[in-house]
Write a protein that binds this ligand. Structure first.
Ligand code: 5PA
Length: 332
């Protein structure tokens, strides 16, 4: 752990949900194919439930919830939300209750199936996007308060300044691991959904004084609102940490293929390629699209010679959308 990052984070309450440092692995076949060195930070192996990036954010978010005396956690997302399921599971592990405010078609697959199997309370609402669910989450919180409960709301994807600390910490881990490996990455690439992961990476890299460039691959439509959200997260998280650093919004490319959650053949092919060449499973909503973006940009020479891809998890997506993917891939 990078000493400066460790000391900046020391004052924040954190519950340890990740029992290890996630490994950084070399991807020989993909590297050979692209003519650059591609490494992967295995944050799919964060070790709670289905793993993924959300567990890092939850170490600080649930640390804060416990410090504030909460007894029930409310969060929101699409029915396939990795974040929602992992939040509920981590909350329950810590003895807290959880209510999930979700949107979309109720199909008993992937994470929604896991929500049900784990007996998590879910409520489904109509909304254009997950950010619109906040008003329903506030209604649920009010209802719970009237019953004498102490609710704690976690925003979509855990994208708050406290959640963002999780990825500042991840950079602290990457800094020492890359020093041990004798590697200096030109770029760190990840999938951008709610924006918290890329904001934490960008801030962490600036604090650690690393030259590595963060590059985001947007998996939902990327516009001014998102840039604003990431700018706000960068500023508010710096304030929370009590540091004065000016960090620009990272480079972000749109690899949504037209819509968040749209399942497409090109991405399904990349998932099969990385699975069969490297033994690593990506998902069709987040990491598959981001890895497609990595391949595309690396071929154009935009990502430098040494690239670190952050595998942010999301394996449940394969079990939610696998049939659609198979149809797109055609018969084997
Ligand atoms: C998600 C997000 P950020 O939200 O921090 O930008 O991370 C994007 C991301 N990879 C990357 C995986 C596997 C993810 O699940 N998921 C959301 C969810 O509800 O699960 C927040 C959208």
């Amino acid at each position: 752990m990078h000493p400066k990052i460790a000391s900046l984070l020391a004052k924040f309450p954190r519950v340890e949900l990740i029992p290890w440092e996630t490994p950084i692995q070399y991807l020989p076949k993909v590297s050979e194919m692209l003519g650059v060195e591609v490494y992967i930070k295995r944050d799919d192996l964060t070790g709670l439930g289905i793993g993924g990036n959300k567990v890092r954010k939850l170490e600080y978010l649930l640390g804060d919830a416990l410090a504030k005396g909460a007894d029930v956690v409310i969060t929101m997302g699409a029915v396939h939300s990795n974040h929602a399921f992992v939040t509920a599971l981590a909350a329950k592990k810590l003895g807290l209750d959880a209510v999930l405010v979700l949107r979309g078609k109720e199909v008993l697959r992937g994470n929604y199936l896991l929500d049900k199997l784990m007996g998590v309370e879910t409520r489904i609402y109509e909304a254009e996007n997950s950010f619109e669910l906040m008003k329903y989450a506030e209604e649920v919180a009010e209802e719970l308060r009237e019953q004498g409960k102490r609710p704690y709301i976690i925003p979509v994807g855990g994208a708050s300044p406290i959640g963002t600390l999780g990825y500042v910490r991840a950079v602290g881990e990457i800094a020492t691991q890359s020093a041990v490996l004798g590697l200096e990455f030109d770029t760190i690439v990840d999938a951008v959904g709610s924006g918290g992961t890329i904001a934490g990476l960008a801030l962490g890299l600036a604090l650690a004084g690393m030259k590595t460039r963060p590059v985001g691959m947007a998996v939902g439509l990327f516009g001014e609102k998102m840039v604003q959200r990431i700018e706000d997260l960068l500023r508010e998280t710096s304030e929370l940490l009590g540091v004065k650093v000016k960090v620009e919004v990272p480079e972000i490319y749109d690899y949504s293929f037209g819509a968040y959650g749209k399942i497409v053949r090109e991405v399904s092919e990349i998932i099969r390629l990385v699975g069969t060449k490297e033994g690593i499973l990506l998902d069709p909503v987040y990491t598959g699209k981001a890895f497609y973006g990595l391949i595309d940009r690396a071929k154009k020479g935009d990502l430098g010679e040494k690239i670190l891809f952050v595998h942010t998890g999301g394996i449940s997506g394969l079990f939610h959308y696998g049939e659609d993917m198979l149809k797109l891939l055609g018969k084997v």
